[in-house]
Design a protein around this ligand. Structure first.
Ligand SMILES: CC(C)(COP(=O)(O)OP(=O)(O)OC[C@H]1O[C@@H](n2cnc3c(N)ncnc32)[C@H](O)[C@@H]1OP(=O)(O)O)[C@@H](O)C(=O)NCCC(=O)NCCS
Length: 186
């Protein structure tokens, strides 16, 4: 069977139009082109793009992306999105796992994010990674929905290293079930 090769890499300028489209599709348009250009140049940002190719093909399809801002000791997860057709195949957790790994490599201590109170899929994903709800912003979103504020502490602890190892194994097994494997540059 043909293997589908996943690749995670920082955003490049040529990918920005596709990312802006995916942002509109998945998130209603959080940032325009200039916003993504800023992410490429900012030393305090990590924006990872998840793409796919099938063996023997040079074309890569963008499946999702995630972004964090390093602010003091905190990783602010600003964006996480997977293309609708590919949702529910463990790709969201793959992206979140790599954002948290990046936060650790930046020596950050905590992670935080805001999520719509009715976004049960995203909330369930974040809870799997140990995020807890610590607050609420009333009517934060344009549609009047509240934002929940989520936190995850202890990123700089040995326990978190163990958690990362466990999640890596779990995610890798789930990706295999979907016939995905990670592509690594040699
Ligand atoms: C939220 C989002 C990134 C999750 O990505 P995904 O690839 O669909 O999620 P995964 O397949 O990795 O699933 C992760 C977890 O989410 C939960 N989940 C996934 N699909 C679910 C569903 N249909 N119903 C309930 N929970 C679900 C489960 O806890 C799952 O873990 P499990 O597979 O071990 O049970 C994706 O759905 C998305 O892009 N949504 C639109 C944009 C968005 O809301 N972004 C978040 C903004 S804060």
């Amino acid at each position: 069977m043909t293997k589908a090769l996943l690749q995670l890499k920082p955003l490049t300028y040529s990918q920005i139009p596709s990312i802006v489209d995916l942002d509109k599709l998945c998130l209603g348009g959080i940032w325009i082109r200039e916003g993504y250009e800023r992410e490429i140049t900012s030393p305090n940002s990590t924006l990872l793009v998840l793409s796919l190719s099938t063996t023997g093909s040079n074309d890569r399809e963008i499946l999702g992306f995630g972004c964090l801002w390093a602010i003091l000791e905190e990783a602010h997860i600003t964006i996480l999105a997977v293309k609708p057709h590919y949702q529910g195949r463990s790709l969201g957790q793959l992206l979140l796992y790599h954002l948290l790994t990046d936060a650790v490599s930046r020596s950050l201590e905590r992670a935080t994010l805001e999520v719509k109170e009715k976004n049960t899929v995203a909330i369930s994903l974040y809870k799997k990674f140990g995020f807890t709800i610590v607050g609420r912003r009333k009517g934060y979103y344009q549609n009047g929905q509240d934002a929940l504020i989520l936190w995850r502490g202890g990123l700089n602890t040995p326990q978190f290293q163990q958690d990362l190892g466990m999640w890596q194994q779990q995610i890798s097994s789930k990706l295999s079930l979907h016939n995905y494997s990670m592509y690594h540059d040699s």
